[in-house]
Design a protein around this ligand. Structure first.
Ligand code: TXA
Ligand code: MG
Length: 312
């Protein structure tokens, strides 16, 4: 029933928010430039920031890309459906608006039963960025989407809480080299196990290849400070403080503490990160302080998001 409704809106080139295992997406018909333009409008997203195209079957990808490099194909076969986006040379059927004029299109098969079912009912793939206003924290529940974009989206397909909680890892190939452009829900270690050595190119310039990589992104409205929580606590004495911690914490009374994972589990921390940032942003606090996680596994992607949420 819900899927039929979503399908109906999408076939009329309207917007639907869709659940994925990473974050909620704001979707429309990827083959139709007018449908795609509605995404940029609703998110107030600059058109230099390209969109990821979602489908449900590797065979369908060849309808809109010219080739898949053998190493990238291995990654697709190993990790799709999952938190992996591949940059692949596009065919003309993908409007330039989707890729911001770039020659490669970001492609992903998301791992969510409702959305996979929906995609298999449609005769086109779905372009979908995260379903948040440009620059703000990505949504990991239908309520997050409703609160910020509810009035601009005809329909939200509620698929529960996102099970990964971080956006997909973006990977491509240049001159035979496998490159990671955005850290995300699939760890570098998992990728190197399949394709060997990779290089990492997290662009931060004003004209980045992956603009989700703009220095300030995923940012709450409250100022975020990264460092040693006890030192930050002292530094902001007298203000109302919200703190993100990972495992044990010495922070005491007067601080609103959100523990990403009391048992220091990285997956749990990833799942909680964006909702806790939102909760602190909405709570009665003046500043948010946070400590970086150890730089291993998903800790790298979590720290990337924390740093960007703190950047001015
Ligand atoms: O997990 C995800 O990737 C989620 C879900 C909804 O699939 N989507 C997501 O989309 O995070 P978005 O638009 O918030 O971030 C996508 C980023 C863009 O900011 C851009 O950096 C990069 O992906 N990207 C997309 N297409 C690209 C392209 N053709 N070339 C380079 N970078 C691209
Ligand atoms: Mg985004």
């Amino acid at each position: 029933m819900d899927i039929l409704k979503a399908q109906d809106f999408l076939e009329r080139n309207l917007l639907v928010a869709i659940p994925t295992e990473t974050v909620y997406g704001l979707a429309s018909n990827a083959f139709n430039p007018i449908a795609v333009s509605k995404i940029f409008e609703a998110k107030e997203r600059p058109t230099f920031d390209p969109l990821i195209v979602h489908t449900y079957d590797l065979k369908k990808v060849y309808y809109f890309v010219t080739e898949i490099h053998p190493s990238l194909l291995k990654l697709a076969e190993t990790f799709w459906p999952g938190p992996l986006t591949l940059l692949l040379p596009k065919k003309e059927v993908i409007p330039n608006l989707v890729t911001s004029g770039l020659e490669r299109v970001g492609v992903r098969i998301p791992n969510h039963p409702l959305t996979l079912n929906l995609l298999s009912q449609l005769s086109f793939p779905l372009a979908a960025p995260s379903a948040n206003p440009f620059g703000y924290i990505s949504p990991t529940t239908a309520v997050h989407v409703q609160k910020q974009l509810g009035e601009k989206i005809p329909y939200i397909l509620d698929g529960g809480n996102c099970k990964v909680g971080l956006e997909s890892t973006i990977v491509g190939e240049e001159n035979g080299e496998i490159i990671i452009y955005r850290l995300g829900g699939l760890s570098i270690d998992d990728i190197t196990l399949v394709v060997g050595k990779v290089s990492i190119q997290l662009n931060q310039s004003s004209n980045p290849k992956a603009p989700g990589q703009l220095k300030s992104h995923y940012a709450p409205k409250k100022p975020v400070y990264i460092g040693n929580n006890n030192e930050l606590h002292k530094m902001h004495m007298g203000k109302k403080i919200g703190a993100l911690v990972f495992g044990n914490s010495l922070l005491n009374e007067g601080v609103l503490v959100k523990n990403l994972s009391p048992s220091q589990n990285y997956q749990e921390a990833a799942v909680n990160l964006f909702s806790f940032l939102r909760e602190l942003d909405e709570a009665d606090v003046d500043v948010i302080i946070a400590e970086l996680l150890p730089e291993i596994g998903l800790g790298l992607a979590i720290n990337d998001r924390l740093r960007r949420s703190a950047a001015l």
